[in-house]
Design a protein around this ligand. Structure first.
Ligand code: SF4
Length: 440
C-alpha cells in the first residue's frame, strides 16, 4: 500500500509553483484530502504579512492536532525560512522544517527526517512538477528573490537578491507542459519586469515573449507582477504586439502620492507611474490590475484622499487593497509616525469600497461584448450553470463567469476548452454568458 500525502499550499501563486514541485518529487505518494490518514503532511507557508503568518501557524497546529501518531509534519516555505530559528523552538510539534531553497530535496528530507535550510536560491527545471487545479493552465516561475528595496517589504530579507531563471529552463518547462496538454501560462515572480536584469539584460521579458511565441501549442499567456520603474514602454509595446500574450497588465503601484512613493522607496514617482498606466489602458482590450497599501507610516489623510481620488477616476479592472503590516527587518518598521490600527482599518474599508465599485464598472462594461472564455467545470452555484473564465483573466485571481446558455448550433461543451462567448448580464458581481463553438 502506498504512503499518503496531505499537502496544503498557502499564500501566493509563486508558493503554489513550489508546492507543485514538491508534489512532483513525491509522486510515489498517494494524495489525500484527509489529513488524519496522511503519512506525511506538508504545509507550504506564507510569511508575507501578519495575517498570513497567523494563518500558516494555525494551519500547522490544527493539522498536528488531528494527525496520526507515526506521521511526519513538514513546515516549508516563506514563514519557515524567515523565522527558522524561532519556529524550531516554538513549534516542536513540527518534525521537519525547510525553507525556500530545498523544495526539490523534499524526498531526501523525508528519508533523512531532517530539517534543512539552504543558502542557495532555488530555481526549478520543471521536469518533475505536478500542476494542480487545472488541466490546461500553469503558473511558471521566472525568478526568485528581488533587488528592489520597497520600505514595507520583508521578502528580499529572506528570499535574497534577484536570481533569474535561465530562459532555456523556462522554455523547457513550458514545452514539457504543452506536451501534457497545457496551453495557457501565467508567468510569475516577485518582480517580473526585472527578469534577467541580474544578468545585465534590460528587457528580459521581451526575450521571454519572443521565445514563448515560438513554442507551438501555447495559445494564451500573461505576465503578473510588473514593477513600475523596471517596466519599459518597449516591453508594453511587445506585449501589445504579441499574438499569444494578452494585454494583461498586473502592476501593483502601492500608492500614487509622490511623497508617499518616495517614502516607500518605489523608484518611480506619480507622473511616470501614471504615464505607464495610461499607456496600458489605451491598448486594445487591455486589462489593468493593481495593488495598493493604506496606512503606511507617514501616510497623511491628504495622501490617502489623493489615492482614493485617483482610483475613482482611473478605471482599474481589479484592485487588491492591503492595510500596512509592520514587519521586522523592513525600513518602514523603524519609521516614525505609524498609523493606528483603527485608522488603517478605516482607510482599508474606504479604499476597498472604491475598489469594489471599480471592479463592478469594469464587469458592467463587458455586458453585450463578445470574448473568448474557457469552461472550467460545473459551477458551485447551480447544477445548470457552468463556471468559465475570460481567457485573458488570471485563473483564481480575476473571477469567474457563469455560462447559462448555449447557442442553438453549438456542440456539446468540453471542460478546459476555449469558446467564443457573448456576455449577457451582470448579476451581483458575476457575469453570465452564452457560449458558441470552440475557437482554438
Ligand atoms: S518589488 Fe518591492 S514589494 Fe515586491 S518583492 Fe520586491 S521589495 Fe517586495
Amino acid at each position: 500500500m502506498s504512503n499518503k500525502l496531505h499537502i496544503v499550499s498557502l499564500g501566493c501563486t509563486k508558493n503554489l509553483v513550489d508546492t507543485e514541485v514538491m508534489m512532483g518529487k513525491l509522486q510515489n505518494f498517494e494524495l489525500t484530502d484527509n489529513n488524519e490518514e496522511a503519512d506525511v503532511i506538508i504545509v507550504n507557508t506564507c510569511g508575507f504579512i501578519d495575517a498570513a503568518k497567523e494563518e500558516s501557524i494555525n494551519t500547522v497546529l490544527s493539522l498536528h492536532n488531528s494527525r496520526k501518531d507515526d506521521s511526519l509534519l513538514v513546515m516549508a516555505g516563506c514563514l519557515s525560512e524567515r523565522y527558522q530559528e524561532d519556529l524550531q523552538t516554538q513549534i516542536p510539534e513540527v518534525d521537519i522544517f525547510t525553507g525556500v531553497g530545498d523544495y526539490d530535496k523534499i524526498d531526501e528530507l523525508l528519508i533523512e527526517k531532517k530539517s534543512r535550510f539552504s543558502d542557495k536560491v532555488f530555481l526549478i527545471d520543471g521536469a518533475e512538477r505536478v500542476v494542480t487545479g487545472s488541466t490546461y493552465h500553469a503558473y511558471i516561475k521566472l525568478s526568485e528573490g528581488c533587488n528592489q528595496t520597497c520600505s514595507f517589504c520583508a521578502i528580499p530579507s529572506f528570499k535574497g537578491k534577484l536570481h533569474s531563471r535561465d530562459l532555456d529552463s523556462i522554455a523547457r518547462e513550458v514545452e514539457s507542459l504543452v506536451k501534457k496538454g497545457y496551453y495557457d501560462f501565467s508567468f510569475v515572480s516577485q518582480d517580473s519586469s526585472s527578469y534577467l536584469r541580474d544578468q545585465n539584460i534590460k528587457d528580459g521579458l521581451s526575450l521571454l515573449i519572443q521565445r514563448i511565441e515560438l513554442i507551438e501549442g501555447v495559445k494564451s499567456a500573461r505576465i503578473l507582477y510588473l514593477y513600475p520603474s523596471t517596466t519599459s514602454m518597449a516591453l508594453l509595446k511587445n506585449i501589445a504586439k504579441s499574438e499569444i500574450f494578452h494585454n494583461y497588465f498586473d502592476m501593483p503601484i502601492q500608492h500614487i502620492n509622490d511623497d508617499m512613493l518616495r517614502i516607500m522607496k518605489r523608484g518611480f514617482g506619480k507622473e511616470k507611474t501614471i504615464d505607464l498606466l495610461n499607456f496600458m489602458r489605451s491598448l486594445p482590450n487591455s486589462f489593468v490590475r493593481t495593488g495598493l497599501i493604506v496606512g503606511h507610516p507617514q501616510e497623511t489623510q491628504e495622501m490617502f484622499d489623493e489615492m482614493c481620488e485617483f482610483v475613482k477616476n482611473f478605471g482599474f479592472d481589479r484592485i487588491s487593497v492591503f492595510a500596512y503590516s509592520d514587519e521586522e527587518t523592513t525600513p518602514a518598521y523603524d519609521m516614525k509616525d505609524k498609523i493606528s490600527d483603527e485608522v488603517k482599518a478605516q482607510r482599508a474599508q474606504i479604499l476597498g469600497d472604491i475598489a469594489a465599485e471599480s471592479t463592478k464598472k469594469s464587469l458592467a462594461a463587458e455586458v453585450g461584448k463578445e470574448c473568448e472564455v474557457v469552461i472550467d467545470g460545473e459551477s458551485d452555484e447551480h447544477e445548470l450553470l457552468l463556471s468559465a473564465r475570460k481567457l485573458i483573466w488570471a485563473p483564481e485571481i480575476d473571477g469567474e463567469i457563469y455560462v447559462n446558455d448555449q447557442s442553438d448550433d453549438a456542440q456539446e461543451l468540453e471542460f478546459g476548452k476555449i469558446y467564443k462567448a457573448k456576455i449577457t448580464e451582470l448579476v451581483g458581481d458575476i457575469l453570465t454568458a452564452t457560449v458558441d463553438n470552440a475557437t482554438k
